[in-house]
Each structure stands twice: as structure tokens, then as C-alpha cells.
Design a protein around this ligand. Structure first.
Ligand code: NAD
Length: 284
């Protein structure tokens, strides 16, 4: 039997419905949750992602703004802009869209965000708390993945989980969250030799490499849950995941599509985190 397809859009809608009610309640108390999304440069994919986040917030009755800076903004100027947002009482969530230009990406920009407004969970303090399994802001995409896994109803404890990718925004935090959920976790990356040897052991396989169709049917254990985080824009304008969907589907038990799997969950988690930040900052 082919894998059941996990409808990320449907799960996200449930989360957003609840968020809408929470926003309404906060507004009745006199506070409107606000998310500021920072974009540096003109990367077309980033422009789409930041607009989607802002538009979803506005649709739910929240406030949201995109702060767009030129590629040439200096490190000092960038930090100054973040500090302004930290001090702005009307702002509850600050999210820096990745990738950043190299002169900023190698600096400690995430340390500058007020930890209480770090709704994408990239401040080192939030990474540390995630590691320790403590209450904190966690990165939006891994939160979305954990919710997707929860929806399958499959018990995570004792499962072999293999994560492809070791970025700070997806690979590392999801590996930690799976570990804290009782999985035995393997992290693979671009320097891993014989990827297939690892992926074949996965009861849960998460791919976040950004390499179209990297995960072939022959690399997947029968009955595995396969979560495809990868999104690569192809020449025909369509998004392609890391997983060879049609073929892997025949072997897996559950699988996420691209688009319509992890993507909508990421946006929903950003919204949820911003509402949470607003509630905590304002004590509402
Ligand atoms: P990244 O480039 O920072 O990290 C990619 C990781 O994949 C690296 O750790 C690298 O070592 C590993 N990798 C690359 N090629 C590999 C290979 N052949 N074998 C094994 N490992 C390999 O990217 P990221 O920010 O973590 O994002 C990963 C992908 O997920 C991208 O396609 C991105 O667009 C997508 N993404 C989607 C969402 C969403 O909401 N759907 C959110 C974040 C990222």
C-alpha cells in the first residue's frame, strides 16, 4: 500500500484557526501581536517567503511589517536596526529571513535579537534551551515537523530517526528535538560517506538538504515516515523536494509532499510563536 500523504496545509489551518482566536482575545485586551520580518538583499525566493509570513499575519488580524535592507548594509548598521526593534514595544516577534549575505552570516547577528522576541528560535540562548529540552522559542520548521509527526499518531520513543542536513535552522534543532522525544538520532550531512547506509536504518527520515530528489526509493526502509523539508525552485518555476516522492511513496508509511507539507507548518509555527511572544511580553 502506498504511503499516506500528510496534508501540512490542513494541519496548519487548524493551528491558524486557534491563533486567530488568540489574536482576537489579545486585541480585546488592547494588544495586537506584531511580527517584523527582516530581509537583506533581493533573493526572489526570500522575497516570497517574507511576504507569505507577513500576509498570513495580516490575514489573522495581527500587525506585520517587512524591513528590507540592501545587500551592502554594514554589520553595525544591521545591529542598530535590530536594537531599534528590540526597544519598540509594539513589536513582539523579530525574524531574520535566511540566507544573509556572507559579511553578516558569519557574525553573531542572532545574539542581538531580544531573546523574548526571537520567534524563530535562533538566539544561542534558545538553541541551548532546546538542547536541554526546556521551554523556549524553537525554530519554526522543526516545530512544524514535530507537529506533523504527532499527527501520524506514531510513537516516537525508541525509533531510529535520521536527519539529512545540519543547519542551525532545521537539521540541528530537529535532531535535538527528536533526541529529546526518545528517538535514536543520526545526523547526516554533505561530508557523510555512504548516506544510504544510514537512511536505510531510519524509521523516521527527515531530509533538509535542498538537493532535488536526493532521497531515492532504494535509500528508504519499508514503512518509514518520510518528511521532506527541501524546497528547490526548478527551471520550470515549480518547487521540488529532496525526496523522489512518487517512488518513495510506494515504500514509506507516511510522506509529506512538496509543496503542501512542511512549508505551511513553518508559517503556522511563526504565527504561533509570535502570539506566544506577545502574550509573554505583555503579560496578557
Ligand atoms: P542549508 O543549505 O543551510 O543546509 C543544508 C544541509 O544539507 C547542510 O548541512 C549540508 O551539509 C546538507 N547536505 C547538502 N547536500 C547533501 C548531500 N548530498 N547529502 C547529505 N547532506 C547534504 O539549508 P537549510 O536552511 O537547512 O534548508 C534545507 C532545505 O530546506 C532547503 O531546500 C530549504 O529551502 C528548505 N527549507 C524549507 C523550509 C520550509 O518551510 N519548507 C524551511 C527551511 C528550509
Amino acid at each position: 500500500m502506498p504511503a499516506k500523504i500528510i496534508d501540512g496545509k490542513k494541519i496548519a489551518e487548524k493551528i491558524l484557526e486557534k491563533a486567530k482566536k488568540d489574536v482576537k482575545a489579545l486585541k480585546e485586551k488592547g494588544t495586537t501581536p506584531k511580527l517584523v520580518v527582516i530581509q537583506v538583499g533581493d533573493d526572489p525566493a526570500s522575497s516570497i517567503y517574507v511576504q507569505k509570513k507577513r500576509d498570513k499575519c495580516l490575514e489573522l488580524g495581527m500587525a506585520s511589517e517587512i524591513k528590507k535592507f540592501g545587500e551592502k548594509i554594514t554589520y553595525t548598521e544591521f545591529l542598530f536596526e535590530i536594537e531599534k526593534l528590540n526597544k519598540d514595544d509594539s513589536v513582539h516577534g523579530i525574524l531574520i529571513q535566511l540566507p544573509l549575505p556572507e559579511h553578516l552570516s558569519h557574525k553573531q547577528v542572532f545574539e542581538t535579537i531580544d531573546v523574548c522576541k526571537d520567534v524563530d528560535g535562533l538566539h544561542p540562548a534558545n538553541h541551548g534551551k532546546n538542547l536541554l529540552g526546556k521551554e523556549c522559542f524553537r525554530p519554526a520548521t522543526p516545530i512544524g515537523i514535530m507537529k506533523i509527526l504527532h499527527e501520524t499518531g506514531v510513537k516516537l520513543e525508541g525509533k531510529n530517526a535520521v536527519v539529512i542536513g545540519r543547519s542551525n535552522i532545521v537539521g540541528k534543532p530537529i535532531a535535538i528535538m527528536l533526541l529529546n522525544a526518545g528517538c535514536t538520532v543520526t545526523i547526516c550531512h554533505s561530508k557523510t560517506t555512504n548516506l544510504k547506509e544510514h537512511t536505510l536504518k531510519a524509521d523516521i527520515l527527515i531530509s533538509a538538504a535542498g538537493k532535488p530528489k536526493l532521497v531515492k526509493e532504494s535509500m528508504v526502509k519499508k514503512g518509514a515516515i518520510v518528511i521532506d523539508v527541501g524546497t528547490t525552485k526548478m527551471k520550470n518555476g515549480k518547487l521540488c523536494g529532496d525526496v523522489d516522492f512518487e517512488k518513495v511513496r510506494k515504500k514509506a508509511s507516511w510522506i509529506t509532499p512538496v509543496p503542501g507539507g512542511v512549508g505551511p507548518m513553518t508559517i503556522a509555527s511563526v504565527v504561533e510563536n509570535t502570539v506566544k511572544a506577545c502574550r509573554e511580553i505583555t503579560n496578557a
